[in-house]
Design a protein around this ligand. Structure first.
Ligand SMILES: [Zn+2]
Ligand SMILES: [Zn+2]
Length: 456
């Protein structure tokens, strides 16, 4: 065979049909919950002015400095493939005067984002993100509610053992003070830090806190913590967020090293991870790991190593100063984003299967006349909203019955040469093999009757 000439660009992946079910399940699960909580969907363009991100997300952030795909248009505009979802939505909020709408404005989105980073497990250069933005609300109730919603979506998908890590990084009032204290702590340790962190001392010292390098982590274990340097307002806000979380029974872990990568965050920041599941626990408590809506195939065996590679499934926080940095007014807001590919990987690692559509009826045919009649019959079933599978490409009845079996069809309708001529059709009960011949014009009625009896 000739070698394939073309392959997908590195870090950009095809989502094949069997994987689309995972994406659809995530989309549908999220949509249902967000509908309930009064969030409305918004779509912004894939391309934005590059400035939007350098001003909104921050010039010195890794995403803007190193990972953004930019292009110069013929009109000389510098555009960027959106690397994240919050700045574009705030841009839309300001542009369309949403501050004049009834506040808060609650929005959600689902779509592709782009970052030029080293491809690794669950991390792609084109990835899907699913997120919410809660705009125009400064109350800590908003922070707590979006965290509740985030865990609700992940739990509805079937995840258990969620770990919500939370921290407060203060605001423009108290963060500079903390930065100074952190820098003076790091003063004599610079040479021991990894090269990235040595660079970060100049550009973005807060990011040193969440460096994954083992040596850096060791040094940082002793570092001063942001929450001890919050101004009274920030302290009060964070305290209330935690109190509300306690009240609504969302458990969390305080993580003084959590800072998140973007400049626009103020006050609350959070991430959600999955607790590593030990093998023996996983095998014993299958039903606890696989919840409603997910079909267990076999006891999930999850390696601890696999879990660590995945990192957080979702993250977010409050960003009260973003609107101002984009030329708008004071718009308090918070939000989160779920890394859809990571959630898909985690579902697969846990052998959580998305619900594939259930096939109850399979339509088999033999011969050219039967094939033609099948097309019409399929359309009649579609109008009655009965899902019918077929495999028009195959001729052998044996193959078709095997496929019907594999799909889990309860009934197979068999249209042979003779039946096609006589205006009849055979209905076969796949469980007991019983076959009955009925008039073609009565077949929909007959199938409906049998399916109704099944459901009783
Ligand atoms: Zn480091
Ligand atoms: Zn403050």
């Amino acid at each position: 065979m000739e070698k394939n000439k073309f392959q997908n660009p590195s870090g950009m992946h095809d989502i094949l049909p069997q994987d689309e079910f995972y994406y659809q399940k995530i989309y549908n699960t999220g949509q249902k919950i967000l509908d309930f909580y009064g969030f409305e969907k918004i779509d912004t363009p894939i391309l934005e002015m590059a400035d939007l991100f350098s001003r909104g997300v921050g010039e010195a952030t890794e995403v803007v400095e190193k990972q953004m795909y930019t292009l110069r248009t013929k009109g000389k505009d510098l555009l960027a493939l959106r690397p994240e979802g919050t700045a574009p939505i705030m841009r839309a909020y300001l542009q369309h005067g949403m501050h004049t709408w009834l506040q808060p404005v609650k929005l959600w989105y689902f779509g592709p984002f782009f970052r030029h980073e080293r491809p690794q497990a669950g991390r792609y250069r084109q990835f899907n993100q699913f997120g919410v933005e809660f705009l125009g609300e400064k109350s800590p109730i908003a922070d707590a509610q979006i965290i509740l919603i985030l865990t609700a979506i992940l739990e509805d998908l079937g995840f258990k053992n969620l770990v919500v890590k939370i921290n407060s990084i203060g605001d423009s009032n108290c963060r500079p003070v903390y930065k100074k204290i952190l820098l003076s702590f790091l003063k004599n340790k610079k040479s021991e830090l990894c090269s990235d962190c040595q660079e970060r001392i100049k550009t973005n010292p807060l990011r040193i806190l969440d460096c994954k390098n083992a040596k850096c982590r060791q040094i940082l274990a002793e570092a001063p913590q942001t929450i001890n340097y919050l101004c009274p307002e920030c302290h009060q806000h964070f305290k209330e967020v935690l109190e509300i979380l306690d009240e609504i029974k969302v458990s969390y872990t305080l993580d003084s090293h959590l800072v998140r990568g973007f400049d626009y965050y103020t006050n609350t920041v959070f991430e959600v991870e999955l607790a590593p599941v030990k093998k023996e626990v996983a095998e014993k408590k299958e039903e606890e790991i696989i919840a409603e809506g997910a079909v267990p195939v076999e006891a999930p065996k999850v390696e601890e190593k696999e879990e660590l590679q995945l990192g957080s499934l979702a993250g977010g926080g409050r960003y009260d100063k973003l609107a101002k940095s984009l030329g708008g007014g004071d718009i308090p807001a918070c939000g989160w984003g779920i890394g859809v590919e990571r959630v898909v990987e985690a579902m697969k690692a846990r052998k959580m299967k998305p619900n594939e559509p259930v096939v109850q009826v399979f339509l088999a045919q033999i011969g050219i006349l039967a094939k033609r009649k099948t097309l019409r019959l399929l359309e009649d079933f579609r109008k009655e909203r009965i899902r019918v599978a077929e495999s028009l490409g195959r001729d052998s009845l044996k193959n078709q019955l095997a496929r019907a079996d594999r799909l889990g069809a309860k009934y197979t309708l068999i249209l042979g040469q003779k039946e096609a001529l006589d205006g009849e059709i055979i209905i076969r009960n796949m469980e007991n093999g019983q076959q009955t011949t009925v008039d073609q014009k009565d077949i929909i009625k007959e199938v409906k009757k049998r399916l109704q009896q099944e459901n009783k």
